[in-house]
Design a protein around this ligand. Structure first.
Ligand SMILES: [Zn+2]
Length: 380
């Protein structure tokens, strides 16, 4: 333990010297920043200041390679000296690095997030711990993290940064408060950890152990895959599919693995009758294309059980389980009479609209019922 403690001290001292040499900040002020709780790495290792300083010289895009500076506070080709001078420059750079670590890296070919737009996102995300991030420092942190950096079509101060655009846009929606996301499939997995760590640091309480990226879990989404493949159709299924794709991109539509998920979301936001009809028609087509898909089970509502005295053979109970119907205006009711000598199980759809549009999937037990659109049932 003693030697690792000495090593980390030595690394901190080297980092403080490197920062002091680059910025003119006093050594003690530099060391204080290197050792700040905000600069110890929340989503990865404590960032090496020597790497940070090194990229200004040796990075293929932003490095000066011994010549005049390529990067400044305004961005690329800004030759005015960096405006160092506050006692927080290094801590703020460490926070920008943490913010960038949130996002899944993209390839150089997919790099599409403008550094200037990203700088505003990061600024808002890190407030109040870091209120101002320059375009140049954003690019600098991205370079030090090894994220792809690509010149824009017309070279200027901005670069395109290789991070997941969908995750960026989600965080942007979240922090700028215009349209808060209501669907969270693009939420960066480490966002909660970063926000909690910042709050704990600010409160002076110990930070949770460093975040570890969980192994990706692949979930089958057959209905989703089928629906997005219909988006170029020139009919009402195509309209539904395009609305769905747009909603997914804009983080207001959740990914629907099944036709039942899709219907539940639709009913929750209850659109026009036309949109509902088009959705049922779409789900019917989906069941025709995928006859083995699980039938629809609308939302559970309640369960009740009444004791009954029985008729001579002894006491029992009557159980009633209620679900919404597909359109949400009526009910699906399971009834189970568990009375000795009088056992009966039934399930019924109590909704005039849905009775004209849905039927129970064949060959299932009363408790395992599911509904499919009538239009998808092969007519004898
Ligand atoms: Zn109904």
């Amino acid at each position: 333990m003693a030697s690792s403690r000495n090593n980390s001290d030595r690394a901190s001292q080297q980092d403080a010297r490197a920062w002091s040499a680059l910025t003119g900040t006093k050594y003690t002020a530099s060391l204080r920043q290197v050792e700040s709780p905000f600069a110890q790495g929340f989503l990865g290792d404590r960032f090496s200041v020597r790497t940070l300083v090194g990229v200004l010289d040796d990075h293929p895009v932003v490095g000066s390679h011994g010549g005049p500076p390529v990067l400044g506070d305004n961005g690329m080709w800004d030759t005015t000296p960096w405006r160092f001078g506050t006692k927080k420059d290094l801590v703020e750079m460490a926070l920008v690095v943490e913010a960038l670590r949130l996002f899944t890296p993209a390839t150089e070919a997919d790099a599409a997030v403008h550094s200037y737009r990203l700088k505003h996102t990061v600024e808002k995300l890190l407030a109040p711990h870091c209120n101002y991030v320059t375009n140049g420092r954003l690019i600098w942190a991205a370079a030090a993290l090894g994220l792809p950096l690509v010149e824009t079509e017309t070279p200027g101060p901005n670069l395109l940064v290789g991070i997941s655009e969908a995750e960026h846009d989600y965080v942007r929606q979240l922090v700028d408060g215009s349209t808060p996301p209501t669907a969270h499939h693009h939420r960066p997995a480490a966002l909660d950890h970063l926000e909690e760590s910042l709050a704990r640091c600010a409160a002076g309480t110990p930070v949770a152990p460093r975040w570890v990226r969980p192994a990706p879990v692949v979930v089958a989404t057959p209905f989703h895959d089928w629906l997005i493949a219909q988006a170029d159709r020139n009919d009402r299924v195509g309209d539904i599919a395009r609305d769905y794709v747009g909603g997914i991109e804009y983080n207001i539509q959740s990914i629907c693995a099944s036709g039942g998920d899709f219907l539940e979301e639709l009913v929750a936001s209850w659109p026009s009758a036309n949109a509902y009809d088009a959705a049922v028609h779409t789900i019917a087509e989906w069941f025709m294309a995928s006859p083995d898909a699980d039938p629809v089970r609308p939302k559970f509502v309640s369960r009740s059980s009444d004791d009954v005295s029985g008729w001579g053979a002894g006491a029992g109970d009557m159980e009633k389980v209620t679900f919404l119907c597909p359109c949400g205006d009526g009910e699906v009711v399971e009834e189970h009479d568990n009375v000795p000598g009088f056992r009966e199980h039934s399930v019924n759809l109590w909704c005039d609209r849905c009775r004209g549009e849905w039927d129970f999937a064949p060959g299932r037990s009363v408790r395992d019922w599911g509904l499919i659109p009538l239009a998808s049932v092969p007519q004898p």
